[in-house]
Design a binder for this molecule. Structure first.
Ligand SMILES: Nc1nc2c(ncn2[C@@H]2O[C@H](COP(=O)(O)OP(=O)(O)OP(=O)(O)O)[C@@H](O)[C@H]2O)c(=O)[nH]1
Ligand SMILES: [Mg+2]
Length: 317
């Protein structure tokens, strides 16, 4: 492996390109904030605070970042505005690394003797099915055998969509008719995957949140049925969030965590938005780790989230 390890040149390009809109927006605001100023003073810090908040970093995380920069300015006496990008990059990376969760740097999975089961949840349209297709592709590339379960039985088109991904990526999809019981689809998928010695199972679910209780019951039923096949399943409950909705994504994460035990987050659609700063806030504020980020609609446009690479990409000129 080279110095970037898994993070090779093409991945870096995908990340840089995906974060371009956020980056442009942050930089143009920063440039305006320091125009005509040589030194980071209170006014620059005030402007910086506003920039971070309007870039969807979130108020609490912004205040933490500003505090760190204030300390640094007090310590170093004179901090030139030209250094601001680098300081922001360092301080945000340091802040995020204090979070106890770890970044994943490869697609390896824990050895359990059974397939590793990922249950994918999230409200409609956030990118669940697309993320499942991309995950299947990444796991397959890493040499794993993958089974997908079409447990979004709410619409015929949902079953079709995941089958198209299955064909595109070259992995089997277990399905039933539209309208059938999602828990039964999950049961069939886990059973087949186990019988065939698969490495990973990824289960799609419907995004319609009729009400909290309905959702909670449905997810509980799916989980209970999974446990009949493998007591440790699901190994991962992945909540997918649409990054382009900014603070809304944040709210959804809080709401979902309140009704079910979420173990990982995927933040999608970062390529189409200037609100990519939301990843920083979510990664700082929530106990659940951001594991994957979506940077486009293609098969290759999903990456393991790495805090340092993310912040580097955002603040490197
Ligand atoms: N630009 C971009 N588009 C994305 C990304 N992820 C998903 N999409 C698009 O978002 C739209 C919705 O994605 P789906 O995967 O169907 O979302 P879903 O959560 O499964 O939706 P429901 O099944 O209706 O609940 C599709 O047009 C995807 O191509 C991403 O990372 N970037
Ligand atoms: Mg879907």
């Amino acid at each position: 492996m080279g110095i970037f390890g898994f993070f090779n040149k093409s991945k870096k390009e995908t990340l840089d390109k995906g974060l371009e809109k956020t980056k442009q927006s942050v930089f143009s605001k920063l440039t305006r904030a320091v125009a005509g100023k040589s030194k980071v003073d209170d006014e620059v810090l005030d402007n910086l605070e506003e920039i971070l908040i309007t870039s969807d970093v979130g108020v609490d995380t912004t205040l933490k970042i500003i505090e760190r920069i204030e300390e640094r300015v007090a310590r170093d006496k004179y901090v030139s505005t030209g250094e601001l990008n680098n300081i922001l990059k360092d301080e945000i990376a340091a802040l995020l690394s204090e979070n106890n969760t770890q970044d994943n740097d490869n697609w390896e999975l824990p050895e359990t003797g059974n397939p590793y089961v990922i249950l994918v949840v999230g409200v409609n349209g956030v990118g669940k099915t697309t993320t499942i297709g991309k995950l299947a592709h990444q796991f397959k590339q890493a040499g794993k055998s993958v089974y997908l379960g079409a447990a979004d039985t709410f619409r015929a088109a949902a079953v079709e969509q995941i089958c198209i991904w299955g064909e595109r990526v070259g992995v089997p999809v277990v399905k039933q008719q539209m309208g059938s019981d999602p828990a039964s689809v999950a049961f069939d998928t886990l059973s087949s995957a186990k019988a065939n010695g698969a490495d990973v199972v990824i289960i799609d679910t419907a995004g319609r949140l009729h009400n909290k209780i309905g959702l909670m019951n449905e997810l509980k039923k799916i989980k209970d049925v999974m446990k009949k096949v493998m007591p440790e399943a699901p190994n991962e409950v992945l909540l997918v969030l649409d990054g382009s909705t900014g603070q809304n994504a944040f709210e959804q994460a809080k709401q979902f965590s309140a009704v079910t035990n979420i173990t990982a987050l995927a933040i999608t659609k970062l390529d189409g938005t200037a609100k990519g700063g939301v990843v920083i806030g979510i990664s700082d504020q929530l106990k659940v780790p951001v594991k994957y980020i979506g940077l486009g609609e293609g098969m290759e446009d999903l990456q393991l989230f790495n805090r340092k690479h993310f912040v580097d990409s955002l603040f490197n000129e």
